[in-house]
Write a protein that binds this ligand. Structure first.
Ligand code: PLP
Length: 402
């Protein structure tokens, strides 16, 4: 057998990628599949300013390596953005630009965590966190959050989960997959626990990649703005979600200098720097007319309401109304153990997702990928047609009428 690094065998296979490749296979066989609801990717184009800057960068010859940490111009734009929109102060040497939020989270974990450390990962979690933690040698400690409290982190539970070994807490706000957007007050309750003398050793990785995508007037607060939290927080953000620039592979970390320096050192040996063309486009994105993004967020809120109303028509499905990101994470476990018209018994979420894909050509992701096997994830950052055409409501309704 092929000799592999044991690190690889410790990793889970990505369910999201597995579903996605099934969808691609079906498409290549000429089958019509609705694959829009299974990916974490908005369906609108990037801001026009960013597209224009992409072309400009190539023509103007901005095609060389940049500084490892990113161009000064982009770091300046990020610094200004964080000041203006998030009221948080980071100088240009407290910012590291990387090839996406995912990569910079990985690098931060590798630089700061090691064997013997614990990293608290609230569940349901973004599918990559536990594996990224494991790659660093640290152990993910899964801390459940409840649908009944909209999947917000419970401060009392957090206090009970922290041990002397806890190195880091991951806060994904708004959350993929639940869409839970915690208010400043809810974050304040977390900060209060971290301020206690016995919890001074805990860092926070605050993944704020969905910060611009909040609904119902909710004002997103950056964790670093909370009292005493700045120096202990690693703020993660990027261009994939609100700016819809997933393929540009551009994200960043903002944190105290020593952290940025260590994470940059690692990056210098991994990728050297993010794409120079992408970085040029990133500057334009941060300085774009934000009314473009605001309008997309209004549309997303309408799509959330549409998807919620369709889901409400299906009996025995529970789903708290999310106030951020672009996912619904309904509990569909009432359907486990029921039989389909073809006498197939659906035992769990993975089987249900496969059934929906094969029978109704709708791709969704089983909740087990996010640490909650009772649920499945649906992205509504799709066209309204994709949402309504979804026959998953009919699938659940009709398939189980017996
Ligand atoms: N963090 C969360 C919660 C995400 O959902 C994603 C993308 O799906 C990322 C980070 C990484 O995004 P990217 O690497 O495209 O910047």
């Amino acid at each position: 057998a092929l000799k592999l690094n044991p690190m690889i065998s410790k990793m889970e296979e990505s369910y999201t990628v597995a579903i996605f490749s099934k969808v691609s296979n079906m498409k290549s066989r000429g089958e019509k599949v609705n694959g829009a609801l299974c990916v974490g990717q908005p369906d609108f184009p990037p801001p026009p300013e960013a597209i224009k800057a992409t072309a400009e960068a190539a023509v103007q010859g901005l095609t060389s390596y940049t500084a490892v940490t990113g161009t000064l111009e982009l770091r300046q734009a990020i610094s200004e953005y964080l000041q203006k929109y998030k009221q948080v102060t980071y100088s240009t040497d407290e910012i590291l630009v990387a090839c996406g939020g995912k990569q910079v989270i990985y690098q931060a974990m590798m630089a700061l965590c090691q064997e013997g450390d614990e990293v608290i990962v609230p569940a349901p979690y973004w599918t990559s966190y536990p594996d990224i933690v494991k790659l660093s040698g640290a152990s993910p400690v899964i801390m459940e959050t409840l649908a009944s409290s909209g999947y917000a982190i419970d401060a009392t539970k957090l206090a009970a989960t922290i041990t002397p070994k806890t190195r880091m807490l991951i806060v994904c706000n708004p959350s993929n997959p639940t869409g839970c957007a915690m208010s400043k007050q809810e974050l304040e309750a977390i900060a209060e626990v971290l301020r206690r003398p016995e919890n001074q050793h805990v860092l926070v990785l605050s993944d704020e990649i969905y910060e611009r995508i909040c609904y119902d007037g909710l004002e997103h607060a950056s964790f670093a703005t909370l009292k005493d939290m700045w120096s202990r927080t690693l703020t993660i953000n990027g261009f994939s979600k609100a700016f819809s620039m997933t393929g540009y592979r551009l994200g960043y970390l903002a944190a105290q200098k020593d952290i940025v320096k260590a994470v940059s050192k690692l990056q210098s040996q991994i990728t050297s720097c993010a794409s120079s063309i992408g970085q040029h486009a990133g500057i334009a994105a941060l300085k774009c007319d934000m009314s473009y993004i605001d309008a997309r967020v209004v549309e997303l809120q309408e799509k959330r309401d549409l998807a919620m109303s369709l889901l409400a028509k299906i009996s025995d499905v529970q789903c708290p109304k999310p106030s951020g990101a672009f996912y619904l994470f309904p509990d569909i476990s009432a359907y486990f153990g029921r039989r389909t018209p073809d006498e197939e018994t659906i035992e769990d979420g993975v089987q249900l997702c496969l059934y929906l894909l094969q029978k109704y050509q709708v791709a969704l992701v089983p909740g087990i990928a996010f640490g909650n096997p009772k649920c499945l994830r649906l992205s509504y950052a799709a066209t309204k047609e994709n949402i309504t055409e979804t026959r998953q409501d009919t699938a659940l309704k009709k398939a189980y009428l017996r």
